[in-house]
Design a protein around this ligand. Structure first.
Ligand SMILES: *[C@@H]1O[C@H](CO)[C@@H](O)[C@H](O)[C@H]1NC(C)=O
Length: 371
C-alpha cells in the first residue's frame, strides 16, 4: 500500500441508522472528509483537524451532538466532548455543558492551554470542566455564549415530547396501580422501552486524524441519552472511555480510537483505551481490535450482569513500516464511517451493518482497510 502522509476518519454514531436517512449520513461523512483533507494538505495539525471534523458533526441536525442533541429530562441540551492528542498525551474534556454551540471547541481550548505556559504560582491547567463552570470558562476565554434553546431542533423537541409522554403515562399507571393493589405487581404491565424508538438511538460521534507530522489526535462529542438526569456524564467526557490517541513510538504502532454506543458500558470498560492498547499489544491492527472488543467488552467481567453490550469503535493505526489502516467494529445495528487519506483519491463512506442473522448487542462485525 502507498504510504499515507495524512489520514482522516470520521463516524456519525454507532447505533441504528434508518435506511431512509442513510444517504444523508453518508453525505455528511463524505463532506467532512473532503474539508478536513483540504486542511491537512495545507499542513493543519491533528488537534485542529479533529476539532473541525467534530464541529461539523455537532452542527449537523442529523447527529446526537451539539445542535440536535437528545434532550435531558428537563428538556434541555447538555453536551459532553473530549479530545486526546498522541504526542504529549494531553486530554481536554467538557461535561454536561450547555450554552455553547460547539462543545468540542472548548475541549480543544483546554488542550491548547495545557500546551502553553502554566498558570501563575505553578498551577496546572484543568483537563476536565463540567456544568456551569465549563460554560463560564468557555465564555471567559472568548467562546460565544449561546441561547441553549437554539441547539434544540424541531425533531429533537418532537422526540422529547414523545418520550416524556411515555414516561409520564408509565409513572401514572404505576402510581394508580399502587393505590389499588397496595403493592405494585408489574407482571402484566406492558413495559415500554425507549430503546425501541429505533430512529433516535445513536450515540457519540467522533473523528481521528493523523497529520503530515504523523501526530495523531482523536475527538468525540455527544448529547447523551434521551431523558437523562441533568449532570449525567457520558463516555465522551471521560478519560480513556470515549477517545484515545498515542503517536507511533519505537516498538509501538501509533493508534487513535473513538467509541460510541451504550455509554455506561463504555465507561466501565474504559473502551477506547483498552482497544487502542490491544492493537498495540498484538501489533496487528485487525487482530488487536477484535481481541480488544471481545475481551474488554463482550467477555468483560465488568459487564458480567449485562445481557447486551452495544458499542462501536473506529480506529486509525500507524504501523511501524509507516503504512496506515482505518478499522471499525461494532455490536450495534449499524455504524456510519467515512475516511480519506493522501493516497486515496476520493473519500470512502460505509454504512456498516451487522450481517444477516447477527444479534445487536451480542454479535460483532469488523472491517479494516489500508489507507
Ligand atoms: C492479523 O490477524 C489476522 C486475524 O485477525 C490474520 O488473518 C492476519 O494474517 C494477521 N496479519 C499478520 C500480518 O500477521
Amino acid at each position: 500500500a502507498a504510504m499515507a502522509n495524512y489520514v482522516i476518519a470520521v463516524h456519525c454514531g454507532a447505533g441504528y441508522h434508518s435506511r431512509q436517512k442513510e444517504e444523508a449520513y453518508k453525505t455528511l461523512c463524505k463532506s467532512i472528509c473532503l474539508k478536513v483533507c483540504h486542511m491537512l494538505e495545507k499542513g493543519s495539525e491533528a488537534v485542529e483537524c479533529v476539532t473541525e471534523a467534530v464541529k461539523l458533526l455537532e452542527d449537523s441536525k442529523l447527529t446526537n451532538a451539539g445542535r440536535g442533541s437528545s434532550l435531558n429530562i428537563r428538556g434541555c441540551v447538555e453536551c459532553d466532548a473530549s479530545i486526546m492528542e498522541g504526542k504529549k498525551l494531553l486530554f481536554g474534556a467538557v461535561g454536561a455543558i450547555s450554552g455553547v454551540q460547539n462543545p468540542i471547541e472548548v475541549s480543544a481550548m483546554l488542550i491548547n492551554r495545557q500546551l502553553g505556559e502554566k498558570l501563575s504560582l505553578g498551577r496546572l491547567h484543568p483537563s476536565v470542566l463540567v456544568g456551569e463552570g465549563a460554560s463560564q470558562w468557555a465564555v471567559a476565554n472568548g467562546i460565544h455564549k449561546m441561547d441553549p434553546r437554539l441547539l434544540i431542533t424541531d425533531e429533537s423537541q418532537k422526540t422529547y415530547n414523545n418520550h416524556k409522554r411515555k414516561l409520564d403515562s408509565h409513572n401514572q399507571k404505576v402510581s394508580k396501580k399502587r393505590k389499588i393493589d397496595h403493592q405494585s405487581d408489574d407482571k402484566n404491565e406492558e413495559i415500554e422501552d425507549l430503546q425501541e424508538d429505533k430512529d433516535v438511538v445513536q450515540d457519540t460521534v467522533g473523528a481521528v486524524v493523523m497529520d503530515t507530522r504523523r501526530n495523531i489526535a482523536s475527538a468525540v462529542s455527544s448529547g447523551g441519552i434521551s431523558l437523562k438526569q441533568p449532570g449525567r456524564l457520558g463516555p465522551a467526557a471521560i478519560y480513556g472511555a470515549g477517545c484515545w490517541a498515542y503517536n507511533q513510538r519505537p516498538g509501538k504502532p501509533g493508534v487513535g480510537t473513538v467509541t460510541s454506543g451504550s455509554g455506561e458500558h463504555i465507561i466501565r470498560t474504559v473502551l477506547a483505551r483498552e482497544c487502542a492498547m490491544s492493537i498495540q499489544r498484538e501489533n496487528n491492527a485487525s487482530l488487536g481490535l477484535s481481541q480488544g472488543f471481545k475481551q474488554s467488552l463482550l467477555e468483560s467481567e465488568f459487564l458480567s450482569e449485562e445481557e447486551e453490550k452495544y458499542a462501536g469503535v473506529l480506529a486509525l493505526v500507524h504501523n511501524e513500516d509507516n503504512t496506515a489502516e482505518v478499522l471499525w467494529g461494532h455490536t450495534t445495528d449499524s455504524m456510519c464511517v467515512g475516511y480519506m487519506s493522501s493516497s486515496l483519491k476520493k473519500p470512502k463512506v460505509v454504512m456498516s451493518r451487522l450481517p444477516t442473522g447477527g444479534i445487536p448487542g451480542k454479535s460483532f462485525t469488523m472491517l479494516g482497510m489500508p489507507v
